[in-house]
Write a protein that binds this ligand. Structure first.
Ligand code: NDP
Length: 329
């Protein structure tokens, strides 16, 4: 494993992190979840990503249990606040009340005294940014949170947040957007804005939810047991995976296979290595429904891809890649 600084901060994070959206507390049983976490630890992953709202809060609890007994100083924990965690009108968003209550609940479920990076999971246009950042600032002063991040904020929203963070001396150092060979919307605006502010990218779905593993072949049925087939969440996951499962995309992905082979990599390894070629990326958060997937994907750490390989990939995917920054969030 290789480790990178998170933006301008002194915090080192593993360049491949393990996330537990959809999997822990929903798609996979607890033993499998624990096996995935242990496969990650065994391969040098020290950075783990979750959110309070994942699997109606169960994902945080499963991660907390899986990491029990691991030296706290040896790992970095990310979690997030914004999406609903209960039925009440204050059980969501970025108000001071919800941020304070959500942070305390996350600490309990994760069985820890502090969160390394606490993310605003989305922008909340109904709450003043001052209120949100004051709450973050207080959590930092209380030692419950070490650093602040945001997820799926536009460049403009990030700039506003960074100005307040500077005034309040809040260490705002991370942006968590979707980024992969197929989804490159952060390149035009978010990355330049973050670079000016010393904010690193912690990118999610580097495999486009498994599409870039090559498991979804054109004209073939969706494989049994895959994310696109899961019924957890009343088809929510199927709909999301459906974003990618079009003939044009799948045919293009098939044409990337031989390039991976020539590089001595599997397709998932090439996809993870591809996002890590971007120097603005501090870490890539992978997901896994089996420990073997973690073991395979971590081999992308430290891989250096030839510029000619990057050019060939661009040529093949030309026409199916999304670049439009207005799709943020
Ligand atoms: P990926 O794009 O890495 O997709 C992971 C899924 O792809 C796995 O669960 C598995 O699904 C399949 N897969 C992975 N490796 C392989 C392999 N080697 N061979 C075949 N299939 C494979 O990431 P996710 O979409 O899971 O996102 C990663 C993390 O990012 C999340 O857990 C979460 O922590 C974070 N995230 C953050 C968001 C935000 O708003 N901030 C939003 C979404 C995610 P299967 O086996 O079931 O087909």
């Amino acid at each position: 494993m290789k480790y990178r600084k998170l933006g301008k901060s002194g915090l080192l994070v593993s360049e491949i992190a393990l996330g537990n959206w959809i999997t822990h507390g929903a798609q996979v049983d607890e033993a499998t979840a624990q096996a995935c976490v242990h496969a990650a630890l065994d391969s040098g992953i020290t950075t783990f990503d979750t959110a309070d709202a994942y699997s109606e809060t169960r994902a945080e609890s499963v991660l907390g249990e899986s990491l029990k007994g691991i030296r706290r100083e040896s790992i970095e924990l990310y979690t997030k606040v914004f999406h609903p965690t209960g039925p009440g009108h204050n059980d969501r968003g970025l108000s001071r009340k919800h941020i304070m209550e959500a942070c305390n609940a996350s600490l309990r479920r994760l069985q820890t005294d502090y969160i390394d990076v606490y993310y605003a999971h989305r922008f909340d246009a109904t709450v003043s940014l001052e209120e949100t950042f004051l709450a973050f600032s207080d959590l930092v002063r209380q030692g419950k949170v070490l650093y602040i991040g945001v997820s799926e904020w536009t460049a403009e929203q990030i700039k506003l947040g960074a100005t307040l963070a500077r005034e309040m001396k809040v260490p705002f150092v991370a942006s968590q957007p979707q980024y992969s060979m197929l989804w490159r919307i952060i390149e035009a605006e978010v990355i330049p804005a973050c670079e000016r502010e010393g904010i690193g990218q912690v990118v999610w779905s580097p495999l486009a939810q498994g599409t870039l593993s090559g498991k979804y072949a054109p004209d073939k049925p969706i494989p049994e047991g895959s994310r696109a087939s899961t019924t957890a969440g009343s088809g929510f996951f199927k709909r999301l995976a459906g974003q990618w499962l079009h003939q044009e995309v799948l045919q293009a992905v098939e044409r990337i296979q031989p390039i991976a082979k020539e590089c001595g990599l599997t397709l998932p390894q090439l996809a993870v290595a591809w996002v890590l070629q971007n120097p603005h990326v501090s870490s890539a958060i992978i997901g896994a429904s089996k420990p073997e997937q973690v073991e395979e994907n971590v081999k992308a750490a430290g891989v250096c891809l030839d510029p000619e390989v990057m050019r060939q990939i661009n040529n093949i995917l030309n026409g199916v890649v999304e670049f439009d920054p207005s799709k943020t969030g």
